[in-house]
Design a protein around this ligand. Structure first.
Ligand SMILES: C[S@@+](CC[C@H](N)C(=O)[O-])C[C@H]1O[C@@H](n2cnc3c(N)ncnc32)[C@H](O)[C@@H]1O
Length: 265
């Protein structure tokens, strides 16, 4: 008994038409499987080694607040551990740094998806989330203790659009083109692998997506912050432009910080 040319039937010896399973259900299943696997691979965050070129970091004698690793002439700062949550949440932060003014300067649509990278306790994440009624803040950090704090705060404040997200020292661990904008407040200068982090962020951002970089001004001796936790505008531009971002502007008028804006071309 052989299949006839319509691909779905065969004739028995007595001439009766027998129903045979069509061939295309099998090929559709294979196609569907291939599409699912392809989609899974495409939506996974790319491993850092795939997305960042080999980088020549230098080393130096380790200073009190640094880690002895140098990128573009800047010694990377030590990470602020989770016992520093009290300092991030201090009551005079508004008076000292004017975070509400900084937040007002961010240009975010009400449905925007913003990644707050190095979110810490979520001081900025929760304040911004209120301005995104149809959007959300993905609060990225590498310290699980920070994410635990974020979860507890979400419950306490009744805020449902802050999504804690564990990154790694090399990657934001976000799918390609999944965020409209990124914010980094007092965090970038302590990224252990700045090149790999920016490469992963570039992939996670949508085209024309913006980065809002807040760093204490190293040009200003009156800003009472340790040297390694400050950055000059020139240094930040050098590093972000090398990562393929376009400098848009430095919004002035914050008491202690630069608010540097970069864009993914
Ligand atoms: C000084 S805190 C600032 C927290 C918060 N942005 C704020 O201003 O309140 C810096 C945070 O960056 C986080 N961090 C350091 N390296 C990181 C990385 N590669 N990816 C994500 N977060 C990182 C630290 O764990 C820490 O919570």
């Amino acid at each position: 008994m052989g299949a006839d040319s319509d691909g779905g039937c065969a004739r028995s010896e007595c001439g009766k038409r027998l129903r045979m399973p069509r061939r295309y259900p099998l090929s559709s299943a294979v196609l569907l499987l291939a599409l699912t696997v392809g989609l899974f691979i495409w939506s996974r965050p790319a491993p850092a080694a795939e997305i960042a070129p080999a980088v020549a970091y230098a080393t130096c004698a380790r200073s009190a607040d640094g880690i002895g690793k140098v990128y573009m002439g800047r010694e990377i700062a030590q990470v602020m551990g989770h016992p520093g949550i009290g300092w991030l949440e201090r009551s005079d932060r508004e008076k000292e740094e004017a975070p509400s003014k900084a937040i007002a300067l961010l240009e975010l649509a009400p449905d925007a998806v913003l990644a707050d990278i190095g979110a810490g306790s979520g001081y900025y994440s929760f304040r911004i989330a209120r301005k995104l009624p149809r959007g959300k803040v993905v609060a990225v950090d590498i310290q699980p203790e920070m994410l635990d704090f974020l979860k507890a705060e979400s419950a306490k404040l009744g805020i449902t659009n802050v999504q804690p997200h564990l990154g790694t020292i090399e990657s934001v661990q976000l799918p390609p083109a999944s965020i409209d904008a990124a914010l980094m407040v007092d965090a970038y200068h302590e990224f252990d692998h700045p090149v790999e982090m920016l490469a992963s962020l570039r992939i996670a951002l949508k085209s024309k997506g913006r980065i809002y970089l807040l760093e204490y001004r190293a040009e200003d001796d009156n800003v009472p912050i340790k040297t390694h936790h400050k950055m000059t505008e020139a240094q930040a531009r050098k590093e972000f432009e090398a990562a393929g971002f376009r400098f848009v502007m430095n919004k002035p008028d914050l008491p202690w910080q630069h608010l540097l804006i970069f864009e993914k071309p």
